[in-house]
Design a protein around this ligand. Structure first.
Ligand code: AMP
Length: 400
């Protein structure tokens, strides 16, 4: 993969920089600027070299049409505050405003173009449409730098086709992300524990399969637990269940035991009367969820207190921990304790912790932890899982 350091001098060059500035917004306010902060080192590096930097990114899912709720303008403003450099904003993506602003851009200055996904061609299923959009984007620069780690697993115009049209390389964020993830798969300090949660077991099966031969312990929480419990023959009442994955979970349990890997499931579950923040709840043994007062309509929304203590202890006894996916519905305070216990143990780890993006990163910030309390927080949940699964990521392959 070509890196920034492989490119000839960028002085005076117009650099199109693909970032992932897909930050959460609430009423037009940025609620978590982690992704903007993560993009700063590459931007500063390019500015110091005397390049003109044209930042492109998506935000949310505006479905290929202009929807100002998803405008990148607040992001451009925040970027300007963080960079202490001149940051201008184009009101369109490849239209007249973007053209005019890019022509005025001077070395050492930054221009942010409007949301890539306001144009349906960015994520079109038709290669010819993506190609057309990539050609329009390529018109803004002499060089392309890909640094949106959160989107490298997507074959989209600004990630894939664009990289073939200009001299292209990966930015510093992608370099840093890959270094951490590669270390996890090749030489983790042991014991190496992986903690997986979140809602969908089917999203995590690939990573379980790939990591089983490498890990010492695998802790499983979140909604995906119930398919594993069902695979062991237990009833899970109305908790999340992916019935078509039960057999695969059975296979993994058997394979783990033959490899000497401990798969640790919760021994107790917080079962709720319904899915809601004010739902009644009770903790019951994981082997007997239907015995809760809510019977077959009970829903497991968090790991129980005994499991939270056990998971925290297993984490504390490890030297390397990778964590992806909350242990429960952390968005509801009553069901955030399992996730809190994992985050707290990870934050105090005498070793190296990696938080795998997306919801886990959102959870630690919502629960009051600082990014600096963790070894590395990946900016890409899906991308980091696919990388750990050993899949080929189009946005990286194209830089090869
Ligand atoms: P994922 O995108 O697969 O990482 O899932 C993250 C989501 O899983 C979060 O929004 C959590 O609220 C949700 N989640 C975690 N545990 C459960 C559970 N036991 N039941 C339903 N949803 C859950």
């Amino acid at each position: 993969m070509r890196k920034l350091s492989d490119l000839p001098s960028l002085k005076g060059q117009a650099v199109v920089l693909r970032c992932d500035l897909n930050v959460p917004l609430s009423a037009g306010e940025i609620t978590d600027d982690g992704r903007i902060l993560a993009s700063i080192p590459t931007i500063n590096y390019l500015l110091e070299l005397g390049a003109k930097v044209i930042v492109i990114s998506h935000l949310g899912r505006p479905d290929g049409a202009v929807d100002l709720k998803y405008s990148l303008k607040p992001v451009a403003i925040r970027l300007g505050e963080l960079l202490e450099a001149s940051v201008s904003f184009a009101e369109d993506t490849v239209g007249p405003s973007a053209m005019e602003a890019s022509q005025k851009l001077q070395p050492g200055q930054v221009l942010v173009l409007e949301n890539l996904r306001f144009d349906a061609r960015e994520t079109s299923k038709m290669a010819s449409e993506r190609q057309e959009f990539a050609e329009a984007l390529a018109g803004f620069g002499d060089v392309f730098i890909s640094d949106g780690f959160g989107v490298v697993h997507r074959e989209q115009a600004s990630v894939y086709e664009l990289a073939k049209l200009l001299p292209a390389a990966a930015g510093l964020l992608i370099e840093a992300e890959l270094e951490v993830l590669t270390k996890l798969t090749t030489q983790p300090e042991r014991p190496f524990t992986v903690v997986l949660g979140g809602s969908k077991v089917s999203d995590k099966l690939g990573v379980i399969e790939k990591l089983l031969p490498t890990v010492d312990k695998l802790l499983i929480g979140g909604g995906m637990v119930f398919t594993f419990l069902a695979a062991q023959g237990y009833k899970v009442a109305s908790s999340l269940l992916e019935a078509d994955q039960i057999n695969t979970c059975k296979e993994y349990l058997a394979r783990a035991s033959s490899l000497g890997v401990e798969i640790i499931l919760p021994t107790d579950i917080k079962v709720a009367s319904n899915f809601g923040k004010d739902a009644e709840f009770v903790s019951v043994p994981a082997t007997d969820i239907e015995a809760s007062p809510f019977g077959a309509s009970g829903i497991g929304l968090d790991i129980g207190p005994e499991s939270a203590v056990r998971f925290a202890k297993e984490i504390s006894n490890s030297k390397t921990v990778f964590w992806n996916g909350p242990m429960g519905v952390f968005e509801f305070e009553n069901f955030s304790q399992g996730t809190f216990a994992v985050a707290e143990a990870l934050s105090k780890l005498d070793g190296y912790s990696v938080v795998g993006g997306g919801d886990s990163a959102a959870a630690i910030r919502l629960l009051g932890f600082e990014d600096s309390q963790f070894g590395h927080i990946s900016t890409g949940g899906g991308a980091s899982l696919e990388f750990l699964e050993g899949k080929k990521l189009p946005g990286l392959e194209v830089l090869g």
